[in-house]
Write a protein of this length. Structure first.
Ligand SMILES: Cc1cc2nc3c(=O)[nH]c(=O)nc-3n(C[C@H](O)[C@H](O)[C@H](O)COP(=O)(O)O)c2cc1C
Length: 186
């Protein structure tokens, strides 16, 4: 089966992960904001989105393409400061429809935040968020930045994609059973 990666990225780390996944699998990568690529043309989808202000940056695109995404096997990778866990799962549930959350296989990756790269607005908002955050570790990261970029962490996504690529033809049942063989944390 043929798949494609669609991503959104504000400061480049999701783009970097998408590029690493493309290198490892041969899948084409598309910036979801750019015209000219249609998710309907792929047998399966790999969707990459950072979490920005507790929301998926890709969520509007995902709502616009809801029917297409629901009609194919889909892997969602998120890139965030927060690690995998209840907080991240809640943010995802709060901004996507339950059907979409159930449908996609989610893998959480951790990103990068360099205060020097941020717009004045984002830098100010994150300083305020850090001052108000009772989780000291998260507060430090909001104010001082962090770098958790890790090429090895894409491996579960690469494994899922390889199973999907090996599934026969456009029969999506094959793709769905390929995903069903993996743990689905969301
Ligand atoms: C303005 C801003 C808001 C953010 N909000 C969150 C958030 O709500 N939760 C979280 O876990 N990480 C948050 N982060 C961290 C980003 O998810 C992380 O920096 C990610 O790597 C950004 O991806 P990108 O470089 O592809 O834009 C935020 C980062 C920025 C700059």
């Amino acid at each position: 089966m043929n798949g494609a990666i669609f991503y959104a990225s504000k400061y480049g780390s999701t783009l970097e992960y998408a590029g690493w996944i493309a290198d490892a699998t041969g899948l084409p990568v598309y910036d979801a904001d750019e015209q000219g690529s249609d998710p309907a043309d792929s047998d399966f989808l790999v969707l990459g989105s950072p979490i920005i202000y507790y929301k998926l940056l890709l969520s509007r695109w995902m709502h616009r393409n809801l029917d297409v995404i629901l009609s194919k096997p889909a892997v969602l990778f998120t890139v965030s400061g927060a690690p995998a866990g209840k907080k991240l799962d809640r943010w995802i549930r709060d901004c996507l429809s339950p059907a979409l959350v159930r449908h996609m296989h989610h893998v959480a990756l951790r990103g990068r935040q360099n205060p020097k790269d941020l717009t004045w607005f984002d830098r100010s908002m994150l300083i305020v968020a850090g001052l108000m955050n009772s989780d000291r570790q998260a507060a430090q990261e909001e104010m001082n930045g962090f770098d958790y970029m890790d090429r090895a962490s894409i491996q579960p996504i690469v494994d899922l994609i390889k199973d999907l690529q090996a599934a026969n033809g456009p029969d999506q049942q094959d793709g769905l059973s390929a995903l069903a063989g993996h743990e689905h944390p969301a």
